[in-house]
Ligand binder design. Structure first.
Ligand SMILES: *Cc1c(COP(=O)(O)O)cnc(C)c1O
Length: 372
């Protein structure tokens, strides 16, 4: 794996390169592998399903996952406009916050995170320690709404021109170029015979930039592949309207900036599985706790209950649907396996406002379920 000189989307639409800044952060192409190791959990072979995984968990040796490809476009934009500080909003365990902290600091940006309360898991505590250890500023908020207000205040206070906002979820049209790029990469891997063309691609769906970009790319590639999202965020944030908006705005960006043919995106389709979120975003369900523990057999690292636990629970259910008999399913791995290793001292770097997060028991997640 190596960093590229330019993204595949610039080769596909050369005009994009004229107005869209980009910088390399990811190491690509990420591998695409069979996941036979999951058989005891999914029993996919027994159900005659060919199961593959796209290893975007390894998109960076510092911190991978599905935000890195998007940040190649967002960070480059921030730099091009002279911004020196990144601002974003997420839950306590937000992988987006951690990706912003790790990659933002590595690129020399100041990083400001507003973090609102969610179920306290061991994963959340670790995320806070990583954010602090890499030098991000962290502000605690009660919930999404008060967090958004606080973020707005912080942005107003920042010196003119210095601040760059990464919207919660980082699923703007510009950011989504990262997953159009990823799909062009997958298409090249299929063409090279590294894996079969999948009949369905399964991703967790939060702000849904990943799902929208995959759905658009499938039209572009003219693959008859299903794009399936597992809803992990509240219905109000993840629904037909919000996802449709992502799809259309990303297509418009490609048409406007890249000169893409609008007809090439017509009829983009996707579906969203509703039954796995449980009580809410970041809330453990028994299936997600089990799935998060099983994640270790896939990557060697424990998963978590917000995204991957629920994605695996959905996978196990999908495999049992008769329509997938004899078909190829691709699980898109969106959670970083590499994480900065932080010592016990990192806890002391976390601002006092977060002390209560480290008090008392955590709600069950994979770390407690597997007894580690
Ligand atoms: C952000 C994130 C998602 C959700 O991606 P969206 O494009 O916002 O739907 C899924 N999995 C992981 C691990 C993430 O960090």
């Amino acid at each position: 794996m190596t960093s590229r000189d330019r993204p595949l989307v610039f080769d596909r639409w050369p005009k994009l390169a004229e107005s869209v800044p980009w910088m390399p952060l990811a190491e690509t192409p990420t591998a695409v592998e069979r996941c036979d190791a999951l058989e005891p959990y999914t029993q996919h072979k027994e159900h005659d399903v060919d199961l593959w995984m796209k290893r975007d968990d390894l998109a960076s040796p510092m911190y991978g996952g599905n935000k890195v490809r998007r940040y190649e476009f967002l960070f480059a934009k921030a730099r091009a406009q002279g911004a020196t500080a990144l601002y974003t909003l997420g839950g306590l365990a937000s992988t987006q916050a951690t990706a912003t902290a790790v990659h933002g600091r590595a690129q020399g940006f100041d990083v400001n995170l507003v973090l609102y309360n969610q179920a306290v898991t061991a994963f959340a505590r670790e995320a806070l320690c990583i954010n602090a250890a890499v030098g991000a500023n962290m502000i605690r908020a009660h919930n999404f709404v008060t967090g958004a207000l606080r973020l707005w205040r912080e942005l107003r206070r920042a010196p003119r021109g210095s601040a760059f906002l990464i919207e919660p979820g980082a699923s703007s049209a510009r950011a989504n170029l990262g997953y159009i790029d990823a799909m062009l990469e997958l298409a090249a891997q299929v063409d090279a015979g590294e894996c079969p063309r999948p009949d369905a691609i399964l991703v967790p769906a939060g702000s849904s930039g990943t799902l929208a970009a995959i759905a658009l790319s499938l039209r572009l590639l003219q693959w008859n592949t299903e794009a399936i999202g597992v809803r992990i965020a509240p219905w109000i944030a993840t629904n037909k309207i919000t996802i449709g908006h992502r799809v259309r705005s990303t297509a418009r960006f490609l048409v406007g900036r890249g000169g893409a043919d609008p007809a090439s995106f017509e009829g983009a389709r996707w579906s969203v599985l509703q039954g796995f979120i449980g009580p809410g975003y970041g809330e453990p369900t028994p299936e997600a706790i089990e799935g998060a523990a099983v994640w270790k057999t896939l990557t060697g690292a424990t998963g978590e209950v917000t995204y991957t636990g629920k994605q695996l629970a959905a996978l196990r259910a999908l495999v049992r649907e008769p329509r997938f008999r004899g078909k190829t399913l691709l699980l898109w791995n969106t959670l970083s396996t590499p994480r900065p290793i932080v010592g016990p001292h990192a806890r002391s770097l976390v601002p006092r406002a977060f002390d209560s997060v480290f008090e008392g028991p955590v709600v069950a997640d994979s770390s407690s379920a597997s007894g580690s």
